[in-house]
Design a protein around this ligand. Sequence first.
Ligand code: GLA
Length: 382
Amino acid sequence: MSASLIKDVKKTFIEKFKSKPLLIFSPGRINIIGEHTDYNDGFVFPAAIDKGIAAAIQKSASSSCTAVALDLDSTIKFELDKIKPSKEGSWENYVLGVVAEIQNKNKVVGNFNIVFKGNIPGGAGMSSSAALENSVVFGLNELFELKLTKEEMILISQKAEHNYVGVNCGIMDQYASMFGKKEHALHLDCRNNEAKPYKIDFKDHQLILINTNVKHSLSDSAYNDRRAACESISKLLNIKALRDATEADLKKVIDKVPPSNYQKALFVIQENSRTLKAAKAIEDNDLKKLGALIYQSHQGLSNQYKVSCDELDFLVNQTKKNKHVLGARMMGGGFGGCTINLIAKSEAKAFIETVSKVYKNKFNKACSTYLIKLEKGTHIVK
Ligand code: GLA
């Protein structure tokens, strides 16, 4: 699948710019558990996948840069000394933001052209945005010998998201996309960005994604609001981040915070602890336990953190009727996108058929399913 993406961007690049590009593949990610914990300095458990963004990039002799989003059939030209955010919600901000944040580090990039194309639908909660940002910073680092470390590159991608896209995201997506490891998930401590890789082989079980194919508006502002709520409670507790709080600590300020925010902070504390327990469950090969934690995560995301939606809740509820599914939950920021499901391999096909039918009946639109492979992070394609 990624081979055909690479072929497409290469072909278009050569036709358009008459030079040989550097080719990069930058993956999207899944997350087994640990949602909305990253910006609370907590733990997450993501993995890079075999879907993402392919980019063809090369220096340009012209006096401006050109970026082509092949899927959208959309092209922009820009000048390096006049970079500013484009209109809200446009793909351009991912590219412009990365260039601007590189410049903010006093690193000098020259004019360049880029063509990119992806096979993750936007809004699926599989981080096509981090994949794109990483492909741009990785390519520019290589072409202009910027000598950025991978750690510096993901911080640039994250800042692009904050300052150009307008989402105050954590580091999970950029980290997973850049540092992914074949057949492994990364148990990442978002306080120091250190990860322990876990080989993921669930034997007769597997992870599948089901995409609601919806993305509700306001998801960006709702995300930023939640982050702000978490930070205000940390301040009240006089700690650096909610990662440092226990449920007992939180109880001490119960009278000082609105009940809805109290529930959100409680969710973060509990989700962080579930993420630690999930690593242990995987070490112990205890898939029942892992599945139960995944279900609890959804419960919390839906009822306490309030980032789910009818479509996601429906898909998770359907799995509860099938004893071959050990756990299911919404994945990523929320308000649409995918659920991640831990299911017996032998039952996956039948389950997908059933769930597709009932989803169509209920919402009058189709859901999509993805079988995914865990792959390495952002890299050059020879
Ligand atoms: C989005 C953000 C991540 C993370 C998740 C929720 O994907 O980009 O940083 O906060 O939501 O876990």
